[in-house]
Design a protein around this ligand. Structure first.
Ligand code: SAH
Length: 399
């Protein structure tokens, strides 16, 4: 790995210093005393206003989050720290990841590798770089060879979010292979198989953060099921074995085409119901179905993030309320509602409050069976609330 020491020093305001002392790892641009002469993406030694060192961080010249701490000790051997962090991330997951060959291996701040995401899809690793520091050729190469040495994947693909590169003022680059030649494989989560294409789809290809919630939902699912915002069918495929009939809805045709291929991949049991895939706007479809008296025993709501920023919160809550109200109205007594939000700005309390309001309007009794979050391979760092974003409520619904 490349050598980056000696590191430049970056002084932060007392507010910035307090934030770090309280366990957070970010300092905003407004709390940087001076960044003069510090190159984009540098590893810096952070100090308080009096010059007392607070640790080492990665600097971004573009982001409002000017620095992200990688160590509470000043470090000189950055490459050595990265190697250790990768080893720690792998070791953290060994006892907690079961029954899957697809999971998140490195989750940015939560693994003290801020701005770096690595997902494992069986024999393919998917890499995402979200800040300037990881984009230098030497560090990228070092990272790729370390992942190769430790995990021996068939290939590694880099997923590029063009918007992120723009915000970080990094030159545009397409997604593509950075090692090996294989871009597609089949993964197995909770015994259910999925086609995976490293260069297609949303996120890094699948919603791995919902993996444990798929299995949890299947424990309660029964009767006629509706999976709303189904993407490539992960909830629907998990609901099929215990259910009599499954309908799944998404507005994305490419996602539904993969979903249908996934259904074929899993059609081993002749008694397993066929899944009906519907391409539609979920809001319109739920409105029509509720109006025409459709009824279900299990409904899953897993919409995209409605609140991308704090300002969107009110509109987002109205969206969640509408969806949950319609779902509650369509559930038969004894029904199961699985309702999710992946917006960081929508708290668990917000989601429960919205569900409570919807329950009142729908004249339903709702009992909470489970309050869940993201799978454990997406750890929540307690003092960094931004690492916690996914909420999943499983509820029993009666009249
Ligand atoms: N439940 C899925 C993830 C859903 S992500 C899983 O676990 O894999 C959100 C999905 O909502 C995306 O697939 C997106 O295509 C879809 N979507 C976004 N807006 C929509 C709308 N108005 N109606 C229907 N689907 C929509």
């Amino acid at each position: 790995m490349p050598q980056t020491s000696p590191n430049p020093t970056m002084k932060v305001s007392s507010r910035g210093a307090n934030r770090l002392k309280e366990g957070h790892v970010w300092v905003y641009r407004s709390d940087i005393v001076s960044a003069d002469g510090i190159p984009p993406g540098a590893v810096v030694t952070v100090t308080d206003p009096r010059g007392k060192p607070l640790g080492s961080a990665l600097y971004s010249s573009a982001s409002q989050i000017a620095i992200r701490l990688i160590s509470r000790e000043p470090i000189t051997d950055f490459p050595g720290v990265v190697r250790q962090r990768i080893a720690d991330a792998i070791a953290y997951r060994e006892p907690i990841v079961h029954n899957t060959d697809a999971y998140r291996l490195i989750f940015s701040e939560a693994d003290f590798l801020p701005g770096l995401i690595v997902d494992r899809y069986r024999d393919i690793l998917s890499l995402q770089i979200l800040t300037q520091a990881w984009d230098s050729d030497s560090l990228r190469q070092a990272l790729i060879s370390e992942l190769n040495a430790r995990l021996k994947p068939e290939s590694i693909v880099e997923r590029v979010d063009p918007r992120v590169r723009e915000l970080e003022k990094l030159p545009a680059r397409p997604s593509g292979l950075v090692h090996g030649s294989k871009t597609a494989t089949v993964i197995t989560m909770n015994g259910v198989q999925f086609h995976y294409d490293g260069l297609e789809g949303q996120k890094t290809g699948a919603f791995l953060d919902q993996r444990e919630n798929y299995a949890a939902a299947a424990q309660y699912a029964h009767g006629d099921a509706l999976d709303v915002f189904c993407y490539q069918g992960a909830f629907a495929l998990h609901l099929a074995p215990p259910c009599a009939q499954v309908t799944a809805v998404d507005s994305s045709r490419p996602a539904l085409e993969v979903a249908d291929q996934n259904a074929i991949l899993n059609r081993r049991e002749p008694t397993q119901p066929e899944i009906e895939w519907i391409e539609a706007n979920a809001f319109d479809l739920l409105k029509d179905y509720a109006a025409s008296g459709h009824q279900y025993d299990t409904v899953v709501l897993d919409p995209p993030a409605f609140a991308k920023t704090k300002r969107d919160l009110d509109a987002a809550l109205r969206g969640y309320k509408e969806l949950n109200l319609r779902a509650l109205k369509m559930l038969r007594p004894g029904g199961i509602l699985v309702t999710c939000s992946c917006s960081y700005h929508v708290s668990q309390a917000d989601l429960l409050g919205t569900l409570a309001a919807a329950a009142l309007d729908a004249h339903k009794t709702v009992r909470i069976l489970e309050l869940r979050g993201q799978s454990r391979d997406h750890p929540i760092l307690l003092n960094v609330p931004e690492t916690s974003y996914l909420k999943c409520v499983i509820a029993h619904v009666s009249n």
